[in-house]
Structures are given as structure tokens and as C-alpha cells.
Design a protein around this ligand. Structure first.
Ligand SMILES: *Cc1c(COP(=O)(O)O)cnc(C)c1O
Length: 476
């Protein structure tokens, strides 16, 4: 494809994207396809070329139907996966520039715009200048990086000798049952092993980590000849958006000389609002933080931020510095390849830059506040309704609910009956394509998570959802 051909095709693609976005409300939320449906629309490898028009028709006909519309105003599943069009433009600019991010020298702008944007985001979320940031693909990668760096701090860079396998004492990771699956995955990949992942008790009402239990678990491990290494705390856990008490946990990790990583993947966007920053009070005493602009804030996937205080230690763990990448600028510049696992990186900073310049922080803040108010409205309806339970206190924008269908004789339903009932009504709504919500268990009992925060979702959509929930849950 020549640049001039790209110009024409690019305009056509942008037009297609705009039409697709504008038609969101006419589509079902959930992709109405069965496993294998999409694959079966593809034949053998193409041997001739297509026109752009034909290809866009095929995109519309064969691919788009298999995309769950998470930008749909009636999408309340998992978490808001907003893809602001301003950031889409930045993504396109990144791809179109075709730069190579393997060192400062290979693309100075890539490194320096990333430094600027990470520092802007630091300021916009109220963090002190003790923190330095980098953009990773996902929070999973951020947590894995933090766990690896924590392991090497506990072992004083054991990687330079026999590695952690030569350590006399097993290293231990601490988190709660609310932690995202990426936390256990990071610990397993970093070699800790299931036996060395502690599930610290939570306070029942809030599902937040109980600092006393953390202290006790650390003491018990020390007594058993193990070495406490890292605590991974949640600010906005995956299930019920639990907020662990960071300040109290940080007091323990500081005195115990244990690394503290804060997983704020979902709630980090909320830190753009000064009135929510109490949620991560104490975060300045942590060692690392990760959060995802690619969720509620709305930067197109993939864009996750990882902040650390001790970047000298980070680069000591991650640096390899092969001769073919050395340049005269070394020592004066940031080499992001020494801040994480991959060598080559995309110019992701452009997406954040474009979004901040074109949408503006104030508009983003206004949208987040709208979503908080909508979540509060729904939580209020649930609390006021006779047969509905707010399963967990509302901390952010995800409303966790359960319906308790009345019985003729006033008897209480068994847990199994409640599970079947709640899964049935939410399944009917999801299948219909009218709206989408996720289900998850809390203490082995199913609940429904209504995650509010898609850019297109207004109060009327939440009202429509609440009516739909009540109607469907009333079906026998
Ligand atoms: C979404 C989420 C993650 C994982 O994020 P990825 O960027 O998809 O890896 C981790 N932790 C929490 C609390 C999350 O909400």
C-alpha cells in the first residue's frame, strides 16, 4: 500500500468507524454469535487482493457482529473499557509514525513524551514527585514487574548469583481473596509457588484487607522460617471494588521491610478526582502502583501506568544493556527497556497525550462524577427496594446486587435457589442483547455486578436497566 492509497483507505476507514460508533444503540450489546461462527466465515488464505471497499464490507459483515459492544450505553459488564476517540487518534498516530522504541536513540520522542505524560498523570492523580512512571501494556504486566522487583529487593539481587532458587528461606506474597487473578499469576510466574501466596483475612462488611491479620500472617511466616517479601493491596478490587486500608498496611510493610504494591487498576481513574483520593490515603508509603487509563478514564487499550519510587533498583533488576543497543546518550537519558520486560515498545504515550489535549481533564472529571452519581442513584434504588440486596457498600461505580424473590409463605430461599434465580434473570437480559452485566461470587454466593461508567451511559440508561432488572427478576 502506498501512502496515497493509505490516504484514501484511511478516510474510508475513519468514516466506517464513525458510522459504527454512531449506530451503537441499534445493536445488541452482547455479540450474538456462537463459538466458531466468526471463524467459519473465513476461507483459505487470500491469493488475490481485495479493494478497500470490499474489505470494509467484510469487516462490517463478518467481524463486527462478533464484537461485544463495550462502548454501548447499556454495557454494564466487568469494568468500563472506554475507548475515547481522541485516544484512538493518538493510537493511529503511533502506528502511522511507525517508530521503533527499543532505546532512547531509536526514537527520542517516544521516550521523552512518555516521561512527560507519565509525569502529567502523576500530577493529575495527586502523587508526589517521588514517583516515576512508565506505560505498560496492562496492569497484569505492571504487577508482574513489581513482584519481580520486590523479589530481587528481598534477596538483595539474588539474580546476580544463584537466583532466588539459592535462597535459604522461601519468599512469601500477601494479598486478599479479592485480588485480581493477575496477582496470583504474577506470583506464580515470579516463582513464589502457591504455598507461598497468603490470602490475608478481610473485614467481612467491606472485603478490605484486615491489617491485624496481615501483621499476624507476617509474624507466623517469620516464625516458620519464611521471608515475607511483598504485599499486593487493592484500591478497587475486581469483585466488589474493595478498598484496602493503604495507610495502615504501609505502616506494617515499612516496619517489616516488605515491598508494598498497590493494584489500583480500576480505581486509579478515580484519582483524577481530588474528592476520591482519600481512597488511597497512605499511597505515598507504597513502593509501586499500577492503574489502567484504559479502563474508566477511557484511553484505548492498551495503556496501563506503573509508578515506582526506587527506579535505580528497578533498572538494576531489568537492565541488560547489550552492546548493539549502546549509544553516546546512555547515562543521560531514560532507557525504558530497563524499566520492564519487553524490549520494543509502542508509542503509547501519544494516546494519553491526544486524550488529555483533545478531551481535556475537566471533561473527563465531569464524566467520572456523572458515573459516580449514577451508581449512587442505582444503589439507592436497590437499598430502598424490598426484595433487593446491596451486597457490598458502594465504594466507586460498581453496584453489586442480589435479588431475593419473595416466597408465598415467607420462608427463606436456600443459597442454591438464590444462585439459580439470580443467574437466570441476568442471563436472560444478557442473552437478549438489551444490556449486559457480569456475575461473580462473593463468599461462594453468586451476585450481579453492575459496573457503571461507559462514556455513552447516561442516567436514562441506568434507569432503563433498573426497570429491566426488576421486570426480569419478577419472572417466576
Ligand atoms: C482490570 C484489573 C486488572 C487487570 O488489568 P489488565 O490491564 O487487563 O491486566 C488487575 N487488577 C484489577 C483490580 C483490575 O480491575
Amino acid at each position: 500500500m502506498t501512502p496515497e492509497e493509505f490516504r484514501v483507505a484511511g478516510h474510508a476507514l475513519i468514516d466506517w468507524i464513525v458510522d459504527h460508533r454512531l449506530a451503537s444503540e441499534d445493536r445488541p450489546v452482547r455479540a450474538q454469535v456462537a463459538p466458531g461462527d466468526i471463524r467459519s466465515r473465513f476461507g483459505p488464505p487470500p491469493t488475490t487482493t481485495s479493494s478497500v471497499d470490499d474489505l470494509l464490507s467484510a469487516l462490517e459483515r463478518d467481524v463486527a457482529p462478533g464484537v461485544m459492544d463495550v462502548q454501548h450505553p447499556m454495557h454494564f459488564g466487568w469494568f468500563p473499557s472506554n475507548a475515547s476517540l481522541s485516544s484512538v487518534l493518538g493510537d493511529l498516530a503511533s502506528s502511522g509514525l511507525g517508530g521503533l522504541g527499543i532505546s532512547w536513540e531509536s526514537c527520542p520522542s517516544l521516550t521523552e513524551v512518555e516521561e512527560v505524560v507519565c509525569d502529567w498523570m502523576r500530577q493529575l492523580t495527586g502523587l508526589s514527585d517521588a514517583w516515576s512512571g512508565t506505560i505498560t501494556d496492562t496492569a497484569s504486566t505492571g504487577t508482574l514487574t513489581a513482584v519481580l522487583v520486590a523479589r530481587e529487593r528481598s534477596t538483595e539481587l539474588s539474580q546476580n548469583q544463584g537466583g532466588f532458587q539459592a535462597e535459604p528461606k522461601p519468599l512469601v506474597v500477601y494479598t486478599t481473596a479479592q485480588a485480581h487473578s493477575s496477582v496470583a499469576k504474577a506470583a506464580l510466574l515470579a516463582g513464589f509457588g502457591w504455598e507461598n501466596i497468603r490470602t490475608v483475612d478481610v473485614t467481612e462488611a467491606t472485603q478490605a484487607m484486615d491489617p491485624r491479620s496481615l501483621q499476624e500472617a507476617i509474624a507466623a511466616d517469620r516464625a516458620a522460617g519464611k521471608r515475607p517479601c511483598v504485599v499486593i493491596a487493592n484500591v478497587g478490587s475486581t469483585g466488589v471494588t474493595a478498598i484496602d486500608p493503604i495507610a495502615e498496611i504501609a505502616e506494617i510493610t515499612t516496619s517489616e521491610r516488605v515491598w508494598l504494591h498497590v493494584d489500583a487498576a480500576m480505581a486509579g481513574s478515580g484519582m483524577l478526582l481530588p474528592e476520591l483520593r482519600h481512597l488511597w490515603h497512605g499511597v505515598e508509603q507504597a513502593d509501586s502502583i499500577s492503574w489502567n487509563p484504559h479502563k474508566w478514564m477511557g484511553t484505548i487499550l492498551d495503556c496501563s501506568l506503573l509508578y515506582l519510587r526506587d527506579t535505580a533498583h528497578l533498572t538494576a533488576v531489568m537492565s541488560t544493556n547489550p552492546t548493539y543497543l549502546q549509544s553516546a546518550a546512555d547515562g543521560e537519558v531514560t532507557q525504558y527497556r530497563d524499566w520492564g520486560i519487553p524490549l520494543g515498545r509502542r508509542f503509547r504515550a501519544l494516546k494519553l497525550w491526544f486524550q488529555l489535549e483533545l478531551d481535556g481533564v475537566e471533561a473527563i472529571q465531569t464524566r467520572l462524577r456523572r458515573d459516580l452519581a449514577n451508581a449512587q442513584w442505582l444503589a439507592d434504588q436497590v437499598e430502598a427496594a424490598a426484595d433487593w440486596e446491596l451486597v457490598s457498600p458502594l465504594t466507586l461505580q460498581t453496584v453489586c446486587v442480589r435479588h431475593h424473590p419473595p416466597t408465598a409463605d415467607g420462608s427463606v430461599r436456600s443459597p442454591a435457589e438464590l444462585d439459580a434465580h439470580n443467574q437466570a434473570w441476568v442471563h436472560r437480559i444478557n442473552e437478549s442483547g438489551r444490556a449486559f452485566m457480569s456475575t461473580a461470587t462473593l463468599n461462594d454466593q453468586w451476585m450481579v455486578r453492575v459496573s457503571i461508567g461507559v462514556t455513552a451511559t447516561e442516567r436514562r440508561h441506568v434507569e432503563a436497566l433498573w426497570k429491566m432488572m426488576q421486570d426480569e427478576a419478577a419472572v417466576a
